[in-house]
Design a protein around this ligand. Structure first.
Ligand SMILES: [Zn+2]
Length: 445
């Protein structure tokens, strides 16, 4: 088995600081050295960090104990103080990514990147993709890529560096229409959202793809259900890799090696931790909690102990590929998207995904929580292949009956009004009014 290709980038970065081998102790020495430089850079150039880090001596940050005493940075800080977190002049900003969360009326979240920051993302994509494809092959990219420096565009540029051709299709909403177009060409690999790939594979054109033609798939940008990985790898006889990344991590964050057992993290540029979502106390490898990271090389807008809101855990020990680069287990979704039900249970999208997406003939689904006569009810809108409508509804009803979290909750199944699939991160829509997040933790998240 080939060692994680992420290790090459980490080793190259470590060499610049004199480290020779990527064992755990050396990686951490490198990371803390870079973190101290990042804190100095942030405090020198950002009014936000000058205040937030007041009283902190960067020279003291030499291990995880010291790191755990540093203050966190929150999504809310990005919204309120984004401009004050910028560490370079506007002239040096190459790309700004603006995100307005649905349902919020506050200021949007803005992330600033310099040319150098984007180059490190391309370099990560370049090395990460070496586990999936080789020179002369072709990749279908089902990610937004119309604008310069968008995820699809950066990925396509990374692939060019390894003489791999690509086609950016963008996000799919009508899988029937998309498959006729995309499967008319031969691709060696596909990159996209799990549900988008699953839906494509379930159309007639998707089912007639010759086994072995598509050699690898990279799933990203949403919860990655085990059932989707299993179905795609069995149907197309290909390897299914996972990627973890957010806009805040600089789009790339970690990618699986051939061992397919957790994403090797981008440790040259990011230092990851996991903390208790409620108390903020640092947790050990193997323990589930909130993913937190600090940037180590970001110039435009460094993030120090940034709380991602994602629920995950670090995996213990070296990988079966032989690399000591830390690995992140399957991320289970966003902590604030866990819904507390009036039967005392907590319901999250990953639970529904693992159960419902296993139904053949289903393309996507949208769960909506509502109040009905004062009680919680769950409406699930199903996007189906028309010929399979009846059996999909029957199976969904049967499977949802067996979900412990839905005991005593009325479940209503409806046909999706559009029949199209979701083009964004999928969530359980909550129309019941405000529910405290605290209750979700109490329910044993
Ligand atoms: Zn590995």
């Amino acid at each position: 088995m080939k060692k994680s290709t992420v290790e090459d980038i980490v080793l190259t970065s470590m060499n610049t600081t004199g480290e020779q081998f990527a064992d755990r102790a050396a990686i951490e020495r490198y990371q803390f050295r870079r973190l101290r430089q990042t804190i100095d850079h942030a405090v020198a150039h950002s009014p936000f960090y000058r205040t937030r880090m007041a009283g902190t001596a960067a020279t003291d940050i030499t291990d995880h104990g010291a790191l755990s005493r540093l203050p966190f940075t929150y999504e809310d800080d990005l919204r309120r103080s984004g401009q004050d977190m910028l560490c370079v002049s506007q002239d040096e900003v190459a790309r700004i990514i603006t995100m307005q969360s649905s349902g919020t009326t506050g200021p949007p979240k803005r992330l600033f990147f310099t040319e150098e920051d984007l180059e490190r993302t391309i370099d990560f994509f370049h090395h990460g993709m070496k586990s999936l494809v080789k020179a002369g092959q072709k990749v279908l990219i089902l990610l937004p890529g119309a604008t310069a420096d968008s995820t699809g565009d950066l990925l396509a540029r990374a692939l060019e560096r390894m003489d791999v051709a690509s086609r950016i299709y963008g996000l799919v909403d009508d899988p029937q229409q998309a498959t006729e177009e995309v499967f008319a060409e031969n691709f060696d690999a596909i990159v996209g959202f799990p549900v988008q790939l699953l839906a494509l594979s379930r159309t007639l054109a998707g089912q007639s793809v010759t086994a072995g033609q598509i050699k690898s798939i990279l799933l990203c940008s949403d919860y990655i259900p085990r059932t989707v990985c299993d179905e795609l790898s069995a149907k197309w006889q290909c390897r299914v890799f996972s990627h973890y990344g957010t806009v805040e991590t600089g789009l790339g964050g970690g990618v699986e090696c051939e061992g397919l057992c957790g994403c090797h993290l981008r440790e040259a540029d990011l230092l990851f931790e996991v903390v208790c979502p409620r108390t903020g106390v640092s947790l050990s490898s193997g323990e589930w909690g909130e993913i937190v990271f600090s940037t180590l090389t970001r110039r435009g807008m460094p993030l120090i102990r940034y709380r991602t809101g994602d629920y995950g855990r670090l995996l213990d020990g070296p990988c079966m590929c032989g690399s000591h680069i830390a690995r992140l287990d399957k991320v289970r979704g966003r902590i604030d998207q866990v819904r507390q039900l009036d039967n005392g249970q907590a319901l999250s999208m990953d639970v529904l995904d693992e159960i419902l997406l296993a139904i053949p003939g289903l393309l996507d689904f949208q769960p909506v929580l509502q109040k009905e006569n004062g009680r919680d009810s769950l409406t699930v809108r199903l996007a189906v292949i028309p010929a399979n409508r009846d059996e999909v509804f029957q199976q969904a009803a049967l499977l949802l009956k067996g979900v412990a979290q839905l005991k005593n909750i009325r479940v209503i199944l409806e046909a999706s009004p559009t029949g199209l699939i979701n083009k964004a991160k999928r969530i359980i829509e909550d129309k019941r009014g405000k529910i405290s997040h605290e209750t979700a933790y109490q329910a044993g998240l």
